[in-house]
Write a protein that binds this ligand. Sequence first.
Ligand code: SF4
Length: 370
Amino acid sequence: MNAYLHIPFCTSICSYCDFTSFAGQEGRMGAYADALCLEIAGSDLAGPLETVYFGGGTPSLLPPEKVGRILEALRAKAGFDPEVEISMEANPETVDADRLGRYRASGVNRLSFGAQAMQKEILKKLGRGHEWDRVEQAFGSARKAGFQNVNLDLMLGLPGQSPEMFRESLQGAAALGPEHLSLYALQVEEGTPLARQVAEGLALPNEDEAADEYAWAQDFLARQGFEQYEVSNFSRPGRPCRHNWNIWRGGDYWGFGVSAVGTVKGIRHSHGEDLAEYIRQAQGGEGVTLQREILPAPVRAWEKVMLGLRTREGVEESAVEPYLRGRSATHGEGFKRLLKEGLLSLSNGRYQVSPKGYFVLNGILGVLAA
Ligand code: SF4
């Protein structure tokens, strides 16, 4: 089994952010950690846990002893597999060697730093709270603290980001020697400050430019010994993020905390987004209210196709055929066109998106979903 814990605290909110996160609520972190422990204890979680993932928000704002208590609650409830992967997202400016050492001592064994870009003017525009020297310091401190599995997140298609700037950022990140790199194309999400800035005329790199950078990155990272195992994720051989890999393969996982979602045995559970209400429910003794939905067979079939196509493994022909049977003739034509154009391939009984197709994955999934 696998567990995701949402830690919804940030010191400030980035202009592009669409995650559930609150600034200025750090005073509630203690009560929130208690609430998570209560939710875990009262849940049907059954182990042993193979992966645990602290996502956010900024989980590295949570004091190490609180992270340790949450992990103890998970261990007491479900136990850990001896090889358990325990990942934590961290913002570089929130950690130092001592703090990282204490996270490591509490059981965390994988870190994911939000590095995003090397140039200070870009980081500032995004509303990030760090500069590149903090990424380097945090990475060095992580190594000193004993972390042997570290990811760096980078972004492309950012406002003011030239191809040279992107390349410099990726080269700088790779030079640090991480086991894993995630590369996200900027998405302009409705309702964010960035969406308003774009509506008011803020220019973004055009699609062709971003596609070229992505192709350059695929080539560069392959030459550096990284394997691309998902549309946005590259790792050293044998070092993919096991937690996310499980989700893309359609595996079960529990979600805990505000806005967290999970799926266990075909039933999806999700939480509300109200922080105070979550704490009240957990501590009030009546248990946290979860929305539960039995996923209908067509939804499960579509999710299997959609998630599988994000990965290098692709998806079995036998999983795609039943999905296709229920679709229209136009849809079948679209599918054939993707195969003909080489964006999709079928070999050894599996459909896979080609490396050049990854950049237009949303378009491909749009054709398949039509
Ligand atoms: S650090 Fe991450 S979660 Fe927090 S505001 Fe920025 S993008 Fe959102």
